[in-house]
Design a binder for this molecule. Structure first.
Ligand code: PRP
Length: 207
């Protein structure tokens, strides 16, 4: 029997683009396009099974082998450093990790900087590399509110179009790192399902 390739896709707008890339690579699964609340889709003939998961959970499925491959943002890979292979930059889902603050913010290097973020490890290593003492305030969303309410001096967050910052009177102070979606693989699947995985990587390289 053919080995099924298990693929974790990030639920949402990015996921649909990602699925189209897999389809072009020869791993089609038409049922995934039907409107439903189902989370798992399979095409036995093409040897592929897809599941929609929360974008920030893709790397967990892949690291633990519940998925052979998946697509995760570089932000998640930097923040959680999962033990997976990063195979390919899909060049979609592009944005950047940045430090943002209210327009009138002036940094005082004598004072510990209060940083609100969902990405505590990225923020910590960025400021450590600059030798700057910070106090991390870990939040799970709506980070932009923190400096407005005086909870923090700055935020470290993802900026795509910049609209969210603008509408909350914040602006980018420093860019930490550019972000995009990456194809990742479970380390043992990469050996045991190498043929299918290579086919996907090679095909995506030519898109
Ligand atoms: C991200 C980020 C910003 C927003 C930036 O949130 O946290 O809030 O996108 O995008 P923009 O520059 O185009 O305005 P996301 O939508 O991923 O959801 P979240 O609230 O879960 O962080």
């Amino acid at each position: 029997m053919k080995k099924m390739l298990n693929v974790a896709l990030p639920k949402g707008r990015l996921g649909e683009k990602v699925y189209d890339m897999f389809e072009k690579a020869g791993f089609e699964c038409p049922s995934i396009k039907e409107e439903s609340r189902k989370l798992i889709f399979e095409n036995e003939a093409a040897g592929v099974r897809y599941f929609w998961v929360k974008p920030s959970d893709v790397a967990i499925y892949v690291e633990r082998g519940a998925a052979d491959i998946g697509v995760a943002g570089k932000d998640i890979l930097l923040e959680y450093a999962p033990d997976v292979y990063e195979l390919f930059d899909l060049d979609i889902g592009k944005c950047r990790m940045a430090v943002a603050a209210p327009r009138d913010f002036r940094d005082n290097p004598q004072k510990t900087l209060k940083v609100a973020t969902k990405f505590s490890n990225i923020a910590q290593s960025y400021y450590s590399s600059k030798g700057r003492d910070i106090d991390i305030i870990h939040l799970n969303g709506s980070i932009e509110i923190a400096p407005i309410l005086g909870l923090s001096d700055v935020i470290v967050d993802i900026v795509e179009t910049g609209t969210t910052l603008k509408e909350n009177n914040l602006e980018v102070f420093e860019t930490i790192v550019p972000i995009s979606a990456r194809l990742i693989a479970n380390k043992s699947s990469f050996m045991f399902k190498s043929e299918q995985i290579e086919k996907i990587v090679n095909s995506m390289k030519n898109m």
